[in-house]
Design a protein around this ligand. Structure first.
Ligand code: AVJ
Length: 338
């Protein structure tokens, strides 16, 4: 993209970068707490070190993992409708700003968006991602926020231009990330996102849908073993960073569809009794005992709308992919909402 407004050699810069100093995650105490539970469990947010992020990108390229490709295809297909709903000069906010291909698809679809605000718990990550975006979208006001969901956010107070503040806010939350939260926490997160919206603003959110168990179990346990490697990478990270000696060869990855809770549950199961040490603490895992790694909830249009309604959000429009069912929702604040 050419841009005549920039002097040669000048790097396109962000309109703002603000570090809200989210509470630092404590890898050591979170892992020790998880391994000490009666049902061992590890927080999925720790998957994403450098190797973990690389492995996740590789997951999205596996033929069985339909999620990313399906969502992107759907997003492209509904672009004109999104443009009509958002109107001209919209402000897009993306919490957990990650896959730049999705945000670019949205920005390209909209009619002269006024601003983009990326937010992430990692300041370095969100700053780099937004700077890259700024290089390609010189017309757009772009801000980066180091922030997490547990922190209050006053969108009115962000240092955006008057024009941007006047545009419709579109909070973009793709990837079915909402599905990784326990339902009670998903509800809390939806309430938080709802609190950023004024009347007429919207939450554009992607949610994966219920489908055949074979399809789901294959998507979360690909033949090439990338999802298994993604899970075992967290064990390697624990061994490396917390001076652990867990024998990864004694752990077997398993994904299963739990229709009663409408979610894929991911586990590492011990194939034999194992004693191990992490950060100086001793643990035992018995043969067939599991470490719960992650959940990925799947919705129907109705179950997701019911959840959204509890958060004070009503559905204006929903789209379902023609391939594997995956949905995008345009939600607006309900009048009677909190
Ligand atoms: C984080 C929602 C994109 O649940 O589909 C994929 C995470 N874990 N394979 C999902 C994941 C294993 C993924 N998302």
């Amino acid at each position: 993209m050419t841009d005549t407004s920039l002097k040669t050699g000048q790097t396109p810069s962000l309109s703002f970068y603000e570090d809200m100093h989210p509470p630092a995650a404590d890898f050591r105490s979170d892992i020790l707490a998880g391994l000490s539970k009666p049902q061992k469990a590890l927080p999925p947010k720790y998957y994403y070190d450098e190797e973990g992020s690389r492995l996740f990108d590789a997951i999205t390229e596996q033929p069985e993992y339909y999620v990313t490709g399906t969502e992107l295809e759907l997003l492209r297909a509904i672009g004109p409708e999104l443009a009509a709903l958002a109107g001209e000069g919209a402000v897009v906010l993306e919490p957990g700003a990650g896959s730049s291909v999705k945000i670019r698809t949205l920005l390209d679809a909209l009619e002269r968006p006024a601003a983009f605000v990326g937010m992430d718990i990692s300041g370095d990550h969100v700053r780099a991602a937004c700077e890259e975006l700024a290089a390609d979208y010189p017309e757009l006001e772009i801000g980066a926020l180091c922030h997490d969901f547990t922190q209050k956010l006053d969108v009115d107070a962000l240092p955006l231009s008057e024009k941007a503040h006047a545009g419709r806010r579109v909070v973009f939350f793709p990837g079915s990330t909402i599905g990784n939260f326990e339902l009670i926490d998903a509800l809390g997160l939806l309430k938080t996102l709802r609190s950023w919206l004024r009347e007429g603003d919207a939450l554009l959110i992607g949610t994966d849908m219920r489908k055949a168990s074979e399809t789901l179990e294959a998507a979360y346990d690909d033949k090439a073993g990338v999802t298994a490697a993604f899970n075992l990478n967290l064990i390697a990270r624990i061994n490396r960073e917390l001076d652990g000696d867990i024998d990864a060869d004694g752990l077997q990855y398993q994904a299963f569809w739990n229709p009663y809770r409408s979610r894929v549950e991911m586990y590492l199961m011990a194939v034999r009794d194992m004693h191990f040490t992490v950060a100086g603490e001793r643990f035992v895992i018995r043969k067939h005992e599991t470490i719960h790694m992650e959940n990925s909830h799947k919705f129907t249009l109705d179950t997701f709308h019911d959840l959204a309604a509890k958060a004070g959000l009503k559905s204006r429009k929903a789209w379902v992919s023609g391939r594997e069912p995956f949905s995008m929702h345009w939600l607006e604040p309900a009048d009677e909402a909190c």
